[in-house]
Design a protein around this ligand. Structure first.
Ligand code: MV4
Length: 583
């Protein structure tokens, strides 16, 4: 068994891995950037080493520094978590070459699944059906049209090296083919450096179902169950659950066995996930994630297994601690990813310091957090604050339990996704399991959401007011009375609700000043949607800012005419920079 594991990651997943290590008597090594000197994962670890830097590229992705720390700490295993190095075959090779155990899949399997065309070929080797489509790069628009005529419209053009929905274009009719092909290629080249694309039939309302598999070095490959991750917005998952409701035991088993065949076809070892699309009783291989995923916890709760412990066993050369026949799934688990984002503003990232934090507990509730009270969610990294996961005997009780847990959750200092998650969990269509992958974006009205977890703002409130709950006793009965007070810059006062971020001082005069659109955080402008002189209405998208792995639409706060455009696509901006002036 491994004795000392370096976790090449940060935040909740680093802490998650360390918790299992501690239970197994394995020493833990953290690495940290300059920003993370006092981060939760650093406080939790037995030892911690600086790798310097601020941004992910300067710090956690500085491979040479991590390799140095592996040597210096004497770690005999490296766990990559998810993101960062988790699907980096070169890093896996570098670690293995040092005689250190890589707690992940073989580099060849990472590469096999690293591009979608080669992944489709691997599935075919395992005799598993992918979404109907091609396995050769598409050359011209005529091929797209012929494919559409043969398979029926709509179809989709997907970049082989794309991901997260980027470089994916839906084509509804022949006359859209040329432009879609060009834009898929352009997007893929810009984001991933390669433009190859292939074709698939487009499924219009699939469920996104993924199968957890695990494989050891003794030839055992098992499937542990499925997760339904259909509640997403802009390809970011918001809620995950297991089992997928309304899936027959027969289909579930067929999907699990197909997943095992795909894993075997690529010589897979360790934890992996096979993503499938399920529609009208049919399922198709989509892609494979060669890492431990964020949402692995729902599988842990329904199987009562510790996937990280199994990963460590596997990397130590031991067989899985259970066989396929011994896996028992009971009840229902739901996970909410609590991100520091403002649901009321199109999930705009909301980094900041957590002034106060109350974590739900009670029956069936698990919290996998990356931060504690006083910690700062930095703009430089992923904004996942933590994951709230509940278990109950059935789906509806799990849903009600999650709502109960979310109602206990209190966080001050930043906005979170909680209001959107409450809305979804209360939605009759979610409750009746009638949602699919496009449901959240197309059917759910998120516009009326209040901007923080704990309380509601006064209608279209003055941004200089903040809500406080004041206890008031009336005739022996206690009431919490919400009072909106001027934003007091008094240290130590904990408000129930954080104040709205204020735009930087307006340069254009005018009383309100909200015609000055500033960058809410550091990032890159990927698209400018307006031009000087154009009339815009309040709420119109003005530009797209990429930050914290997400594309954020920056909207007009008032109607008017674009007076000045201070940025262009490709430009990096800092928080507070003036982007656009509307008069
Ligand atoms: C699809 C699809 C429908 N048909 N492929 C989006 C991201 C990438 N991982 C695959 N995606 C999709 N591929 C075909 N042939 C629909 C999606 C899709 C989706 C998939 C899973 C979860 C959410 C989604 C949201 C929109 C589109």
């Amino acid at each position: 068994m491994l004795k000392k594991i370096l976790i090449a990651n940060r935040g909740e997943i680093a802490v998650r891995v360390m918790r299992t290590c501690r239970e197994m008597g394995i020493a833990t090594v953290a690495v940290y950037s300059d920003v993370d000197r006092d981060a939760f994962h650093v406080r939790y670890a037995d030892e911690a080493y600086s790798i310097g830097g601020q941004t992910a590229a300067e710090s956690y992705l500085n491979q040479d520094r991590i390799i140095e720390v592996i040597t210096r700490s004497g770690a005999d295993g490296v766990h990559p978590g998810y993101g960062f190095y988790s699907e980096n075959a070169d890093f896996a090779r570098a670690v293995t070459a040092m005689g250190v155990a890589w707690i992940g899949p073989p580099p060849e399997a990472i590469e096999d699944m690293g591009d979608k065309i080669s992944a489709r070929k691997a599935a075919a080797r395992g005799d598993v059906e992918s979404v109907p489509g091609t396995t050769k790069p598409v050359q011209n628009a005529q091929e797209v049209i012929e494919f559409g005529e043969a398979y029926g419209w709509p179809i989709t053009i997907k970049a082989a090296y794309g991901g997260g929905g980027r470089g994916m274009k839906v084509v509804n009719a022949p006359d859209e083919a040329a432009e879609a092909l060009e834009s898929a290629g352009r997007e893929a080249l810009a984001y991933f450096g390669r433009s190859e694309a292939y074709l698939e039939k487009y499924l219009t309302s699939p469920r996104h179902i993924e199968i957890q598999i695990m494989a050891d070095t003794h030839g055992n490959v098992v499937w542990l169950g499925e997760r339904d991750c259909s509640v997403q917005r802009r390809h970011q998952k918001l809620i995950e659950e297991s089992p997928a409701a309304d899936l027959s035991e027969e289909t579930r088993t067929a999907m699990g066995e197909a997943a095992v065949k795909v894993a075997k076809a690529t010589g897979y070892v360790n934890a992996g996930t096979i993503e499938m699309l399920y529609q009208d009783g049919e399922f198709y291989f989509l892609e494979m994630n060669t890492r431990l995923q964020v949402e692995h916890c729902v599988t842990e709760l329904v199987t009562s297994l510790d996937l990280v412990a199994e990963q460590i066993r596997i990397a130590s050369g031991l067989p899985l601690s259970f066989t396929q026949d011994e896996i028992v799934r009971t009840g229902h688990a739901i996970e909410c990813r609590i991100n520091a984002e403002n649901s009321a503003k199109g999930f705009l990232p909301s980094p900041g310091t957590i002034h106060d934090l109350h974590i739900p507990s009670g029956p069936g509730v698990r919290w996998d957090g990356g931060y504690e009270r006083g910690d700062t969610v930095s703009q430089y990294y992923d904004n996942l604050v933590g994951k709230l996961i509940v278990w109950a005997p059935d789906r509806d009780r799990a849903r009600l339990r999650m709502l109960r847990a979310l109602s206990e959750f209190e966080i001050d200092g930043l906005h979170t996704t909680i209001p959107a998650q409450k809305l979804v969990l209360e939605h009759p269509e979610f409750a009746a399991n009638q949602h699919s992958t496009r449901w959240l974006e197309e059917k759910v009205d998120l516009s009326g959401l209040t901007s923080s977890a704990g309380s509601s703002a006064p209608a279209d409130g003055d941004s200089s007011l903040m809500a406080r709950d004041v206890p008031v006793e009336v005739d022996g009965r206690l009431f919490a009375v919400k009072v909106w007070l001027p934003e007091a810059p008094v240290a130590g006062v904990s408000a129930k609700k954080s104040s709205k971020p204020k735009p930087a001082a307006a340069g254009s005069g005018g009383a309100g000043g909200n015609g000055t659109i500033t960058a809410p955080m550091q990032g890159t402008i990927v698209k400018v949607l307006v031009e000087v002189g154009q009339e815009v209405a309040a709420g119109d998208s003005l530009l797209v800012l990429e930050a914290m792995k997400m594309e954020n639409h920056i909207n007009a706060e008032q109607s008017g005419k674009i007076k000045e455009l201070r940025v262009e696509a490709g430009k990096t901006v800092s928080a507070g920079d003036i982007l656009i002036i509307i008069e």
